[in-house]
Write a protein that binds this ligand. Structure first.
Ligand SMILES: NC(=O)c1ccc[n+]([C@@H]2O[C@H](COP(=O)([O-])OP(=O)(O)OC[C@H]3O[C@@H](n4cnc5c(N)ncnc54)[C@H](OP(=O)(O)O)[C@@H]3O)[C@@H](O)[C@H]2O)c1
Length: 273
């Protein structure tokens, strides 16, 4: 009797510790679009936390900063991936067929605040189509292609990078319609995908990162050396701090299936859909 009680206690303690370990021990992460910006910062921070990092970029040969990180950290491997190239997505999924992926970080997307601004009345429909194909369709395709890898892992999390601008409730102007539409569409696809895969224990969450000061512009002594946009951002104190990337890693690590109905912001607050 005592022996079986001890066994029960031992198993319970092990399960408790394993449960903690699932969210505390470094696992394997795949981050898309990691040659610059948030993606590059995610690679750096995951690598520093001893995760096994699969960093994808459309053009590894041009991704100098990413390649430098791969040289610095032996736990970072660089792979080529364009989320709109389904054959390439399938090939990468096949290459990693035996690798459980704890966190699939769907970061790579077209950020029209940086490239290809768009305005109602001057809609470039070919560009709109490319934005939607990249920011919505490609994201779901990658999520589905890597579902088995995620389902086989401990953490079982798909985290899609959305945007504050993807909130329909918060629309106050006509700015950036293509980008906003792409993120609102992403939110809905990921919200429904989360319902579709929750029975497998896979958590699908959307997170709005804000514009993170990955280049540390807020600390620049002479802001006039920055681009006009960055000067405006610095003056308006509009950047989220660099540690927002680490905060998102912590947020992702703490997600549970109860979070699939929530539109998260990087700082742990909730946005209206
Ligand atoms: N910065 C912001 O203000 C802000 C705010 C809210 C949300 N976000 C979101 O956060 C994420 C990262 O933003 P960011 O500011 O770091 O953007 P960024 O500097 O413009 O970089 C975007 C990355 O997306 C990748 N990408 C573009 N098209 C792709 C495609 N077809 N397939 C795969 N990757 C593709 C590119 O990666 P490669 O060149 O390496 O392939 C690029 O590095 C995006 O989802 C963005 O929408 C950003």
């Amino acid at each position: 009797m005592t022996k079986s009680l001890n066994t029960v206690l031992f198993v319970a303690a092990s399960m408790f510790l394993t449960g903690i370990a699932n969210h505390a021990v470094a696992g394997t992460v795949l981050v898309t679009g990691s040659s610059q910006g948030h993606g590059l910062a995610f690679i750096n921070d995951y690598a520093e936390r001893d995760w096994t990092v699969i960093a994808t970029t459309r053009t590894p040969s041009k991704a100098d900063q990413l390649q430098a990180l791969a040289e610095k950290f032996s736990n970072v491997v660089v792979e080529e991936l364009d989320v709109t190239d389904f054959a390439e997505v399938d090939a990468l999924a096949e290459k990693y067929a035996d690798t459980p992926i704890d966190v699939l970080n769907l970061n790579g997307a077209i950020n029209t605040f940086r490239v290809g601004r768009n305005t109602h009345g001057e809609t470039d429909y070919a560009w709109l189509e490319q934005v939607l194909r990249t920011n919505i369709i490609g994201q779901l395709y990658v999520a589905e292609a890597f579902l088995e890898h995620v389902a086989a892992s401990d953490q079982k999390t798909i985290a899609a990078m959305s945007a504050v601008g993807g909130s329909i409730t918060n629309v106050r102007s006509s700015m950036a319609p293509s980008y906003r539409a792409s993120k609102a569409g992403l939110n809905m696809l990921m919200r429904t995908y989360g319902e579709a895969v929750k029975d497998r224990g896979v958590i699908v969450a959307v997170i709005a990162p804000g514009t993170i000061d990955t280049e540390n512009f807020m600390a620049v002594e002479d802001p006039s050396t920055l681009s006009e946009r960055d000067q405006r951002m610095v003056a308006a104190n509009a950047y989220a701090p660099r540690h927002a990337i680490g905060a998102m890693i912590d947020l992702i690590d703490g997600l549970t299936l109860d979070d699939i109905g929530t539109f998260h912001k990087w700082d742990g607050t909730t946005l209206p859909w």
